[in-house]
Design a protein around this ligand. Structure first.
Ligand SMILES: Cc1cc2nc3c(=O)[nH]c(=O)nc-3n(C[C@H](O)[C@H](O)[C@H](O)COP(=O)(O)OP(=O)(O)OC[C@H]3O[C@@H](n4cnc5c(N)ncnc54)[C@H](O)[C@@H]3O)c2cc1C
Length: 313
């Protein structure tokens, strides 16, 4: 059974931030990620003919000096750039896709993808972690999945279950759609919390995107919750009609329309502190859900866990 001092579940921004801060101080860790790649909700979907869609986080902002310096570092390598979307706000995006941000953070880290952790249990010397036929052992375990998934993994008898259950996260149905280049592009981004399509963005207006007229539309939390279990093709059709109405585009000119279901997209009620831990200091739980549904908050949570581990080890 492979043994590490620190195992991190999840290679989203929280897990990557934690592992990177540890690595910067000479402390190794192993990240187990269920997906095929890193980034979690910071992700880019590739489609036919070079189309790309950032179907999770749209852009990042950097308010703290610490996060700003990481973002500046990523920009200096060409893996991120400013996005002038006409809003006047400073928005930074990964280039050529949002996933480039996560890939940059993951470079040099020990990440095993395709490893969905389905059980964890505590022993006298630490933790045993199971993923299908594989088991891993560690002294310190960090879980960075969304709060509800973390709660399920730990079970309802765990002392931290109640804190996790009080966090509220909301879903988001997202449409990735592409039109012929003759179709209208009336704006670059539009946010309207009162509309079913609460956010619409011309994804191809971001720097380094190769194919024109590719759009992202996100439904608001109520509409998303009502239709969460609907067939994704039906959702794509329904959202395409709504998007065409808002753009003034011809529905027959859509040449790509795929929807994605984010079950835990945003944070409606956060924990209110950067992480949770057990009394023995062997278990840490983090994620954007601790602070705010933002990439910067995820990064802050992971970084805070790492700083605490470095102090206690
Ligand atoms: C549609 C949408 C739009 C958004 N827009 C923005 C935006 O414009 N700006 C912004 O700042 N933020 C935005 N966000 C929020 C931002 O994406 C998140 O705050 C941030 O990415 C959360 O990072 P995280 O690491 O905490 O969680 P996640 O990204 O969810 O990472 C958790 C990781 O854990 C893995 N995992 C879960 N369970 C297991 C398991 N059992 N075993 C192994 N691995 C597991 C998951 O696969 C995932 O990779 C948006 C999110 C969505 C969904």
């Amino acid at each position: 059974m492979p043994s590490s001092t620190i195992v991190i579940i999840g290679a989203g921004i929280t897990g990557l931030s934690c592992a990177r801060t540890l690595a910067n101080h000479g402390q190794a860790s192993l990240i187990l990620e269920k997906g095929r790649g890193v980034g979690g909700r910071v992700s880019t979907r590739r489609a036919q003919n070079g189309m790309t869609f950032d179907h999770g986080a749209q852009y990042i902002t950097a308010k703290s000096e610490e996060f700003r310096s990481i973002v500046d570092e990523i920009r200096s390598t060409g893996a991120a750039a400013f996005w002038e979307d006409g809003s006047g706000a400073e928005r930074i995006v990964g280039t050529p896709g949002m996933s480039a941000l996560a890939k940059y953070l993951a470079a040099g880290l020990n990440v095993q993808t395709g490893k969905e952790v389905d059980r964890v249990y505590e022993t006298s010397s630490g933790w045993v972690i199971g993923s299908g036929d594989n088991t891993f052992e560690c002294q310190k375990l960090i879980i960075t999945a969304p709060a509800a998934q973390t709660a399920r993994l730990l079970g309802e008898n765990h002392p931290l279950f109640k804190d996790l259950s009080e966090v509220i996260m909301t879903p988001c149905l997202t449409l990735m759609a592409a039109f012929g280049s003759d179709q209208p592009k009336p704006f670059i981004t539009r946010r309207d919390p009162d509309d079913v399509l609460a956010w619409i963005a011309l994804n191809s207006a971001k720097p380094d995107r190769l194919v024109d007229n590719c759009w992202i539309a996100q439904a608001g939390p109520e509409w998303s919750a009502q239709r969460l279990e609907c067939d994704l093709e039906d959702t794509a059709r329904a959202m395409s009609v709504l998007l065409c109405e808002r753009l003034g585009a011809d529905i027959n000119s859509i040449n790509h329309a795929v929807s994605h279901r984010w079950r835990y997209a945003n944070v409606a009620k956060p924990l209110g502190s950067p992480f949770l831990r057990n009394e023995q200091d062997t278990l840490y739980l983090g994620g954007d859900w601790c602070l705010k549904g933002r990439v910067e908050a995820a990064w802050a949570s992971g970084n805070a866990i790492a700083q605490k581990l470095l102090k206690t080890s």
